[in-house]
Design a protein around this ligand. Structure first.
Ligand code: GAR
Length: 223
């Protein structure tokens, strides 16, 4: 099967982009990362990607008079790489419905909360303020409403009593790096697809695994 050409959009560090690139290096992975595009010229991830021989581009939002002009250039850049799939990986620009519709069903985002809880920014602060005992991350299809698209995969971690936003983010990030490559593989291989407001899975490909549940707090049977 033809590997799906994937463009990753970043705004900064790019650790999720790195996890996608590294996963796509494995034989048999159904997607290839053909380019990394940033809206910020100083995004640290750009240099890393270039060092791996991946094409990079900058579409600096500050160079455009408004969102539509920025997004037109962004769309052209993505299309220039003949992308099948777009992955937002720490891409911190709100996208207009017009742009989102161009890639609907083919654009994924990773978000550091268990959606639909804690949309937007400062997700770990939101989780701590709400007092949840389990937090996590989500990969979802991008739809016009922010952080609201059909959920493809989620990963969960415990919230510990003395957590700060930073310590919680540090526990969640490695899970993002596991689930995002899995999500891209599911979309690229056709074992998951967006249908209306749901993700439909090829259930013959899903394994039922009872082991990795999370109980939090977990003081054992005698409390
Ligand atoms: C990640 O934690 C990602 O989930 C989050 O930004 C971080 C980017 O890190 N994304 C959002 O908050 C989007 N709403 P990275 O640049 O190292 O991948």
């Amino acid at each position: 099967m033809q590997r799906q050409r994937t463009v990753v959009l970043i705004s900064g560090r790019g650790s999720n982009m790195m996890s996608l690139v590294e996963a796509a290096d494995a034989p048999g992975y159904p997607a290839e990362i053909v380019a990394v595009i940033s809206n910020r010229p100083d995004a640290a991830g750009l240099g890393w990607a270039a060092g791996r021989g991946i094409a990079t581009a900058v579409v600096d939002h500050k160079a455009f008079p408004g969102r539509p002009a920025f997004e037109e250039q962004l769309h052209q850049a993505i299309s220039g790489f003949r992308a099948d799939i777009v992955c937002l990986a720490g891409f911190m620009r709100v996208l207009t419905p017009n742009f989102v519709r161009l890639w609907q069903g083919r654009m994924l985002n990773v978000h550091p909360s268990l959606l639909p809880s804690f949309k937007g920014l400062h997700t770990q602060d939101q989780a701590l303020a709400a007092g949840v005992r389990i937090a996590g991350c989500t990969v979802h299809f991008v739809v016009p409403e922010m952080d609201a698209g059909p959920i493809l995969i989620q990963g969960a971690v415990p919230v510990l009593p003395d957590d700060s936003a930073d310590s919680l983010a540090a526990r969640i990030l490695p899970i993002e790096h596991i689930i995002y490559p899995q999500a891209l593989a599911m979309l690229a291989s056709g074992s998951a697809a967006m249908t209306g407001d749901r993700v439909v899975y090829d259930t013959s490909r899903l394994s039922v695994n009872q082991a990795p549940f999370v109980i939090s707090p977990d003081l054992g049977p005698n409390g």
